[in-house]
Structures are given as C-alpha cells and as structure tokens.
Design a protein around this ligand. Structure first.
Ligand SMILES: Cc1cc2nc3c(=O)[nH]c(=O)nc-3n(C[C@H](O)[C@H](O)[C@H](O)COP(=O)(O)OP(=O)(O)OC[C@H]3O[C@@H](n4cnc5c(N)ncnc54)[C@H](O)[C@@H]3O)c2cc1C
Length: 502
C-alpha cells in the first residue's frame, strides 16, 4: 500500500492547488498555507502597489500579485487549465480566447471547490520558517503566523509553491544613481493614469513590457521602449504617434538624459523596469543546501528537487515561459508519485550530475545564469514536459497543444504582433490540427481508408470519362495525389525559435 504522509504546501496559487489535488488524491494529509485571504496567487488582482516602486526597501509591505488592471492572458484558453479540467470548457462572462485575469481567478476558484481543496487551506497564514528537524530529511518544522500569532507544525514533506513574480529584478544601468527622475518596476504597475503627460522609457521585451507600453502611450507624452534584442535601430512604431523603439541603454545622466546604444538620446521623466523577477524564499532554512544565486535556485534536479533533500522538499512551478498549468500539473503528479513510493529518483550523485550537465549545456549555449529556469526554445519546453509525463506513465503532450504553442510563438514574434490576442485559435485548430488529432492507430486506419477511397473514386472517374486504358495505374496515381494533399494539410507549421512568453 502507498504511504500516506503529512505534507505542507506553501501557497494556494496554481502550483499549490495543483499539487494539493494530487496529494489529496493519493491519500496524503495536506495542509496548504496561504498568506493572503483568498486563493489564486498571481491571479488575484490587488489594486495596491508597494511603497517603494522598485521593491528595494526591505521594510516595505509586500504586495504579492504583479498583475495590472487590464491584464489579459498571454496564452489562449487552450493552453491554460489542467488536462482533466479544461479552461476551454469553462466560461465566467469573458468568452475571449485570451481572457482577462478575473476569468482565470474564477476558474481557479471552481477548480479548488470542485476538488475539495478550499478546506485544506489555512488562509491569512504566512509561513515564516521551514527547517529540517535535527537534520532529518523526513521531519520538517513549519513555522507560520496568523494575525501575529506564531505556530509550529511538523510535516513529513514540504512543497514550496510560493510563486516567483513578486520580487522585482532591476536593470543594471550605468549612471542611474545620479538620475533625478522617477523609477518604477512593472510589479507596481496597475493603471496608466500616473503616467499622464510623462516621457517614459520602458526597459524590456516581454509581453508585459509590450502591453504596458501600449497602455501608457494612451496618456503619456512619449514612450520609448528599450530592448536588449540585437540590431535594434531607433524607429517610430507604426500607427503610434508617441512610441519609439530603441536599443539597450548606454548611459544615464544627472540632467535626466537617457542615451541609447543606437546613438539617440532623450530627456525622460520616468524609467520603467519591465525586467522580470527574482526568486526569493525568505522562509527556507536549509543550511546552504539550496541557494539562490543570480536567480539560479540550486542545485535542483529537473527544476524540482534539491538532490540532498529529495523527495521530501520540492519546488513546484519554478520554470518560467512554459505552459504553466500543464507543467504544474505534471510536476505535481511526479512529486506525489515519488512521495507515495510508487516511483524512485536516481541517486543523489546521479541527480547532481544531471544538474551539472544542465549548467554545462547552458554555458555552451552561452545562456546567462539568471536564465537557469527559463526553458527556451519552445521545443526544449516540450522535451521537459514530455519527460515529466513519462515519469508518471503518461503519453507525451498532445500534439495539438504543441502546435498551438508553436503558432503562438510565431505570431508573437512576427511584425503583426499587434492584435495577437485576437488570433482565432479555433480556426487554426480546424485548419492545422485536425489531422494531428488523429495520431492514434485507429484514426490512422480510418484516415488511410478515406484517402484510398477518395483516390479510387478519382481514378475510376477519370478512367471512365477520359478513355484511359490502365485503370489500376491511374487509381494508384489518384491515391498518391490524395495522400500528398492530405500530408500537406496535416503538417503543422513549425517555428524554429521562440523568445515569447507563454
Ligand atoms: C504579469 C503576469 C502575467 C502572466 N500571464 C500568464 C498567462 O497568461 N498564462 C499563464 O499560464 N501564466 C501567466 N503568468 C504566470 C503565472 O504566474 C502562473 O500562471 C501562475 O499563476 C503561478 O502560480 P504559482 O502558484 O506558482 O505562484 P503564485 O500564483 O504566485 O502563487 C503563490 C502563492 O503563494 C502564497 N505565498 C507566498 N509566500 C507565502 C508564504 N511565506 N506563506 C504562505 N503563502 C505564501 C502567495 O500569497 C500566493 O498565493 C503570468 C505572470 C505574471 C506576473
């Protein structure tokens, strides 16, 4: 019989809910700690911003979510949600394929309700310390605070699901210390009004930088987007009177001037950092076994387990720019299986060797250290997800989802990016993925039979009407042609590279 453990889950966002469901299904005893008064994590919009707009003051009151009022999902409904609890089959008033954030929150509320997860959550309870008891791997003390009262509980395993889109990561700008203007990080952006009539430099190239720039431009005097992408020349954005694209920033001066590498300079009021987030686990005390250095949480086997503490301590939801819900679900199934004793991990030294290999590969590809948990290009992401699926005895990720994700990247990277959220995903599926869906052997037989019949009918028709002597040869030609037509439409469009968020 599988073992039943007492497990602490820190956080009731997508990751915490996903893992709580799997653990509960397997008969583990689960407590979910949530410092806020409701579930949903990132997807719970909070109109407050922090007192320090750059998030540098250690004494500031931390606001967890970074989403802004107008935020819509970066990826369509089809790529959001769980394998057996689809976002496509739920609607809460916003039927768009890329809905607003409220829609995702309602989806998570329903998910938690339908799987009896709400009862497991201790709301308004912040975990302030997680530590092994006497260096034992199978006993962990979790210290938490509710309304100023401290409590300690002992668990046999701890799942860290506390999110990583809260602590701002800032651009390193030469001369910034003397710059007289304002600075803000996207974590503290909610609405465009504070940017009225301002000249704003937005640093970043991700979906948030793009969305926020467009939104700010509706009220600001000028918006200048600075991107690290190579070979960017200063140019005015099509259809936007007050928006420019620039290269990286070279230097910033005391008189308010921002100089770009493309040779241009402007006098700005605000520098807006859309430069991502730092991993931070202030509650975790592992005596240096797990560290965060330059945004590398390590060592972690497959972004989940510190080899020395596996499987009793794990991180769910660490990688970014992935099909987040799918990944959280697969990671959750994997860790649960391991905790139940239904699967085993490689030895500690084998896991460490795997981590080292990952670091070596990054070095060879010249990937910076702070991108350790960024799984790009998109096919690497699929490899990771398929690997996770294999660990829990599931088939690789549905080809349809892969095709949609690839196409999303293609659209996102194309000059027509404007309006990418209006992409008609269902038409794309009908045009490109219907054959892909039929990858099962049974559907393959039906498809081949259909192709053969079509070819035969064409062949016979031509032979009868055009006085052709060799009917058999013609029929074969018909089959061949029908096959070619079928193959042409079956092949999904592929994108080689991907830098977009998902
Ligand atoms: C601007 C933005 C847009 C995004 N858009 C998309 C998108 O379109 N599609 C997509 O799939 N993903 C998107 N993401 C990624 C998104 O973060 C994930 O979808 C997902 O919400 C992450 O879930 P999580 O549970 O790992 O973390 P979170 O959602 O951050 O949840 C962590 C939870 O842990 C709690 N917590 C933290 N510390 C403690 C503690 N010490 N004690 C108790 N509780 C604690 C927090 O209160 C929170 O509820 C976006 C992210 C951002 C920032």
């Amino acid at each position: 019989m599988a073992q039943s453990l007492k497990v602490a889950v820190i956080g009731a966002g997508v990751s915490g809910l996903a893992v709580a469901r799997e653990l509960q299904r397997e008969g583990h005893r689960v407590v979910v700690y949530e410092k806020q008064n409701r579930l949903g994590g990132t997807w719970m919009y909070d109109p407050r911003v922090e007192t320090d707009p750059l998030g540098l003051d250690p004494n500031r009151e931390i606001v967890h979510s970074s989403i802004y009022f107008s935020l819509r999902t970066n990826s369509p409904r089809h790529l959001t949600g769980f394998s057996d609890y689809l976002f496509t089959s739920k609607q809460y008033g916003d039927s768009r394929n890329f809905p607003g954030h409220e829609e995702v929150l309602k989806f998570l509320d329903d998910f938690a309700k339908d799987f009896g997860l709400v009862e497991l959550i201790r709301f308004n309870t912040e975990v302030v310390r997680v530590e092994r008891v006497d260096s034992r791997i199978d006993e962990w003390v979790v210290e938490s605070r509710t309304s100023g009262l401290s409590t300690e509980d002992i668990f046999e395993a701890v799942m860290v699901c506390s999110g990583h889109y809260t602590v701002p990561r800032l651009a390193n700008l030469s001369g910034i210390e003397k710059w007289p203007g304002k600075q803000v990080h996207s974590h503290n952006y909610r609405v465009p009004e504070p940017f009225q009539d301002q000249i704003v430099v937005v640093i970043g190239n991700g979906p948030s930088a793009y969305d926020i720039s467009l939104e700010i431009a509706t009220v600001a005097k000028e918006v200048h987007i600075s991107s690290r992408s190579p070979n960017v020349k200063c140019s005015k954005l099509d259809n936007h009177e007050n928006m420019w694209q620039h290269s990286e920033i070279n230097n910033i001066y005391e008189n308010g001037t921002v100089c770009f590498q493309d040779g241009t300079a402007i006098c700005a009021d605000i520098i807006f950092h859309c430069t991502g987030y730092n991993y931070d686990f202030p509650f975790l005390q592992t005596n240096g076994i797990v560290t965060v250095e330059d945004n590398r949480v390590g060592p972690l086997y497959k972004h989940v387990f510190p080899p020395r503490l596996a499987p009793r301590l794990c991180f769910v939801g660490l990688p970014s720019r992935v099909l987040f819900f799918t990944m959280a679900e697969l990671q959750s199934k994997w860790v649960t299986r391991l905790l139940s004793g239904k699967a085993v991990l490689p030895s500690e030294s084998e896991m460490l060797a795997d981590v080292e290999e990952h670091y070596r590969n990054m070095k060879e590809r010249q990937t910076p250290k702070h991108h350790t948990h960024l799984i790009l290009p998109v096919d690497d992401q699929f490899e990771y997800l398929d690997w996770l699926a294999a660990q829990v005895g599931l088939p690789p990720l549905d080809g349809k989802l892969k095709d949609i994700r690839r196409e999303l990247s293609r659209i996102y990277m194309s000059p027509q990016r404007v309006g990418w959220r209006e992409w008609d995903v269902d038409s794309f599926i009908n045009r490109n993925c219907s054959w892909v869906e039929s990858r099962s052997p049974q559907m393959g037989i039906i498809r081949s039979s259909f192709t053969f019949m079509l070819g035969t009918i064409c062949g016979v028709y031509i032979a009868q009407n055009y006085n052709v002597p060799n009917i058999r040869k013609l029929t074969n030609t018909g089959v061949f042609m029908a096959k070619k037509v079928e193959e042409t439409y079956r092949k999904p469009k592929k994108d080689k590279d991907d830098k977009s968020d998902g």
